[in-house]
Design a protein around this ligand. Structure first.
Ligand code: 3HC
Length: 293
């Protein structure tokens, strides 16, 4: 890879305009972070009602981060809700952050690709689907990279820059340069199940879920991990990441549906996805899990 990256030469101009598709927790927070780092950002989802909560979260984030009103207004003006997706033809980078469904992502790319500038980079924030599959229907499959952010975006420094065997080195270079431009630590990773971080994280989370399945209290599992030195216990982290995301990433690792621990599957079926829905393993109030004393 190092050789291929060297041959790609300089990555060119810094990005100026990022278009994010998918205004969920990740897409919304990626958009807010990019605006805070000085880029013009358009944020698209199917309907205004899906974009509004992300814009509100961004406003609160900017309020805390920029006490100076002029600076705050400046950042706010750089982030625009864009339900029709008018920002795509202007964007240097389009980041897809919709739900984890291969067909939905492929259909979206088919609509996006013809509208994008010829040199614009197409990136996915997928947590679990390999690039080779995602790129299957693109006219230029070698232009797709993964930019895998971590939750919460504003606090997690790492971005995995994912590439497939035939990804154009210029695109990888552009992804690495972009991550650095927005003050993230970029690591290049091969497109493989779980990439790097989730490959390690998912067995940890799923083992915690299995322990809960055996009847070990949730808060005790978390307390043990926290006392061991983790910033947050694995059950709380699963709720923060979202049990829908844990399920889709977990599918890469759980061999069959039968292996999904029922304690996870029942919450998932009831759409109790964690922090984002107000209940997962824990009930969430004011962005905090309610745990027994
Ligand atoms: N957005 C913005 N800011 C946030 C935030 C959020 N969602 N959550 C916390 N913060 C800010 C707080 O506002 C606070 O800011 P301040 O210092 O200016 O007041 C600061 O972070 C510290 O907040 P807390 O005291 O509440 O939090 P902690 O010091 O306990 O740290 C944490 C919070 C950084 C979230 C820490 O608990 C942590 O690192 N947890 C693990 C997170 C993790 O592992 N994420 C990766 C998940 S895997 C993933 O996303 C990939 C996917 O594919 C599965």
């Amino acid at each position: 890879l190092q050789e291929r990256l060297k041959s790609a030469g300089k990555s060119g101009e810094p990005m100026k305009h990022v278009h994010v598709v998918g205004a969920g927790v990740m897409g919304g927070d990626i958009a807010a972070w990019c605006a805070a780092r000085g880029l013009t950002v358009t944020l698209q989802d199917r309907e205004e009602k899906y974009v509004a909560p992300a814009m509100e979260r961004a406003r609160k984030f900017f309020e805390k981060r920029y006490p100076d009103e002029a600076k705050r207004n400046d950042v706010l003006a750089r982030l625009k809700a864009d339900v029709p997706g008018a920002g795509v033809p202007q964007a240097d980078l389009v980041i897809e952050a919709i739900y984890e469904n291969l067909q939905a992502k492929q259909e979206l790319y088919a609509r996006l690709e013809p509208q994008m500038k010829p040199n614009a980079v197409l990136a996915t924030n997928t947590s679990s689907i390999v690039l080779e599959q995602l790129a299957e229907k693109l006219t230029q499959p070698q232009r797709l990279i993964g930019l895998h952010f971590f939750n919460p975006v504003a606090r997690m420094p790492l971005v995995e820059v994912i590439h497939a065997a035939d990804t154009d080195p210029k695109e990888i270079q552009a992804g690495l340069a972009f991550a650095r431009q927005i003050d993230k630590l970029a690591i290049p990773c091969h497109s493989a199940p779980g990439f790097l971080v989730n490959r390690v994280l998912m067995p940890y989370l799923s083992e915690a879920v299995r322990a809960a399945q055996e009847g070990i209290p949730l808060a005790l599992i978390d307390r043990a991990a926290e006392d061991f030195g983790m910033p947050m216990g694995p059950i709380e982290l699963a709720d923060v990441v979202g049990l829908d995301v844990v399920m889709s990433v977990g599918k890469v690792f759980f061999e069959t549906g039968a292996d999904v621990p029922p304690v996870l599957a029942t919450r998932f079926s009831a759409k109790k996805f964690g922090k984002k829905t107000g209940e997962g393993f824990y009930v969430w109030q004011n962005d905090k899990p309610v745990k027994p004393p």
